[in-house]
Design a protein around this ligand. Structure first.
Ligand code: CUO
Length: 679
């Protein structure tokens, strides 16, 4: 069995793309490719506005020259058959990735784009099918193909909240935008968080409804799609573990926001108990009406055509059984040992479930099915012909408090597995000769709400005789002052050594002001940063800025900025380098700190400096950027740049926290996070 796994890994590694050029095979510059993508996505619900693309869409024939594809035109032929048979979902209709047929259609186009040898083929097919396919399917296929095709290297995808604003904006604001357009009156509208103060959950709506967080979440699922097959070109390294870790971090962040707002941690979902929180989304589809609401305290209902509640309980117990046994059974009847570092990756694939699941027949798709079950509780038998719920779209799911209940539930299953592994010993976590002597925060851990504006230009329809007017929404977003860490490390070894520095922020006091010991609190720590550092002999001072965190990404460029920079580069023939914006997956940098409280919320800053030579996967780990957001989003097309389990060394049970206090290479410093009402 071991030999077989190794062979598979070697084969997958050989297929990884190089992702290393500025121009594609046909010589198209990054600027031109970026401009094509900007134009393809511009006013997505309307016909193409740019004459070159418009002409392509009218004259191009996807099957005329099959030598432009790496599969001899098989995918294009398949898609054309569906088109000619009039089987496509109509335009001006909602699209949900969880709808199997709609997903299949979007992936047929994705498949065509992934098989293009040149950018010309890519853009010709995109223009052709944009005019003929459902807009949501088209946008999904284009986004994922730009992310995963080598031809998309260097292209920045515009923020989805400006391409499909309905999925990110309250219905009230969208109505105001229409009025502004029809009355030709420019408008700038304040978007408030959903609900009223009568609902305690509204206190933390700023987190689940943060448009940057929504982008991180939806893009994570595009970077690591559950439908991904390695035949698309390469293997997504540690996808199952990343599913666990990225969502574990969303869960602990949400709980830290709750603590900041005098709320208890979120409780887990339970199939046989009521769903406590209802949700009224106040959000509408562009086409398809209002997102359905769910009242408080409903019992889980079977959902016609999806699953019985009983199925979910059975699947859960099969997974828990596997954890208790320490192995899963694959679809050939062979056992895969999960009581090791790799087990979490297998479990992630099983629980989501993704195509990587070794036995989806037996272990089902607990997470994906749960999203649909929760999305449909307002109309479980389809009596009212309601469109899918917010839980059935990754861009809207975190708005619903049941999202965090669901993910707490799955997080606890992952914890059951992590608790089944032996705790780390002193020898495991020690870094001989290395001591972290002091950790200091330079600056203040101060948070505040900022005001952010984004365009609603794409929310309203295009009309020939009605001119565009400036329409935007502004929202309040959690932000923080920039700070940096000063870490003094003594290296008593002879010569330079490579270190991995991991920084976590762990709440230390619960909502009743009871101290949380590390034996419990280790599971609630927020990952702040992870990086490699070469240590010279003697004393070392590490200065690391909050903005350098490998967990976060900077604010996206607006659509207008993206158009402007691109058009300038194309017009002047200059190089377009937007690489710092290339990854949209990653927590927005301004969300790095939880809100905290006015009087200061207590945390332990946990800094572990361990042996980097044991962790590295490349020769120059200190200078490799790995896309800058690798901690929870991996590195595109590359191995995850850290061999240790995600969450190391805090992810296993800690029955005796003295093990951590006894090693010199781990430092715990008490800090407070202050929320500034006036900033
Ligand atoms: Cu991200 Cu449930 O996995 O939404």
């Amino acid at each position: 069995m071991k030999v077989l796994i190794l062979c598979t890994l070697v084969a997958a590694a050989a297929a990884w793309p190089s992702f290393s050029y500025q121009n594609d095979a046909s010589g198209d510059s990054t600027a031109k490719r970026q401009q094509d993508v900007n134009h393809l996505l511009d006013r997505i619900y309307d016909h193409l506005h740019y004459s070159d693309l418009k002409q392509i869409s009218e004259t191009f024939s996807p099957e005329a020259d099959t030598s432009m594809y790496t599969d001899g035109g098989t995918a294009a032929h398949h898609l054309m058959e569906e088109l000619n048979d009039h089987r496509f979902l109509e335009q001006h209709h909602w699209f949900s990735l969880f709808n199997p047929r709609q997903r299949e259609e979007a992936l047929m186009l994705f498949d065509v784009l992934m098989h293009c040898k040149s950018w010309e083929c890519f853009v010709d097919n995109a223009a052709f099918f944009r005019e003929r396919m459902n807009e949501g399917e088209f946008a999904y296929a284009l986004y994922t193909a730009v992310i995963h095709s080598e031809l998309g290297q260097g292209i920045v995808l515009p923020p989805l909240y400006e391409i499909t604003p309905h999925m990110f904006t309250n219905s009230e604001i969208i109505h105001k935008a229409y009025t502004a357009k029809m009355t030709q009156t420019p408008g700038r509208f304040e978007m408030k968080f959903t609900g009223t103060k009568k609902n305690k959950e509204q206190r933390v709506a700023y987190f689940g409804e943060d448009i940057g967080l929504n982008i991180h979440h939806v893009t994570w699922h595009m970077d690591f799609p559950f439908w991904w097959k390695d035949s698309y070109g390469y293997h997504l390294d540690r996808k199952g573990e990343l599913f666990f870790w990225a969502h574990h971090q969303l869960t602990v962040r949400f709980d830290a926001e709750r603590l900041s707002n005098w709320l208890d941690p979120v409780d887990e979902l339970h199939w046989e108990r009521i769903i406590h929180e209802g949700f009224a989304p106040h959000t509408s589809y562009k086409y398809g009406g209002e997102f359905p609401a769910r009242p408080d305290n409903v019992h889980f209902e079977d959902v016609d055509g999806v699953a019985h509640v009983r199925d979910m309980i059975i699947i859960e117990s099969r997974i828990r059984d596997a954890i208790a046994h320490g192995y899963v059974t694959d679809n050939h009847g062979d056992n895969i040992n999960i009581r090791n570092d790799h087990g979490i990756d297998v479990l992630g694939d099983i629980i989501e479930s993704s195509v990587y699941s070794p036995n989806a027949q037996y272990y089902g798709a607990l997470h994906n099915t749960a999203h649909i079950m929760l999305g449909r509780q307002g109309d479980p038998h389809g009596k009212f012909n309601m469109p899918p719920g917010v839980m059935e779209h990754f861009e809207t799911a975190t708005r619903d408090p049941s999202f965090f209940r669901l993910h707490k539930y799955m997080d606890n299953i992952f914890k059951e597995h992590k608790d089944s592994l032996p705790p780390y010993t002193k020898a495991d976590i020690e870094f001989t000769g290395v001591a972290v002597e002091e950790v200091e925060i330079v600056g203040q851990l101060n948070t505040f709400f900022d005001e952010f504006e984004f365009s609603l230009g794409n929310a309203v329809d295009e009309l020939e005789k009605v001119h565009d007017v400036a329409i935007s929404a502004y929202v309040h977003r959690l932000n923080h002052e920039e700070f940096s860490y000063k870490i003094l490390v003594q290296n008593n070894n002879e010569g330079d050594i490579l270190a991995t520095v991991r920084i976590y922020l762990c709440p230390t006091v619960d909502n009743n002001h009871i101290h949380i010991p590390l034996s419990e609190g280790h599971w609630t720590c927020i990952e702040m940063d992870k990086f490699y550092k070469q240590l010279k002999t003697g004393s070392n001072k590490i200065d690391r800025k909050s903005t350098e965190s490998s967990v976060t990404v900077p604010d996206s460029l607006s659509l207008a900025e993206l158009h402007e920079k691109t058009d300038q580069a194309v017009a002047s023939g200059s190089k377009l380098d937007l690489h710092e914006y290339e990854r949209s997956c990653g927590l927005p940098a301004r969300l790095l700190l939880p809100k905290g409280t006015v009087n200061g919320m207590d945390f332990d800053l946990f800094v572990a400096v361990t042996n980097g030579d044991e962790d590295k996967v490349t020769d120059h780990p200190e200078t490799d950027e790995h896309g800058g957001t690798h901690a929870q989003c991996g590195a595109h097309g590359e191995k995850y740049p850290d061999k240790k389990p995600m969450g190391y060394p805090l992810e296993r049970s800690i029955p005796d926290e003295r093990v951590f206090h006894d090693v010199a290479n781990i430092n715990v410093t008490h800090v407070k996070v202050f929320f500034k009402e006036e900033h």
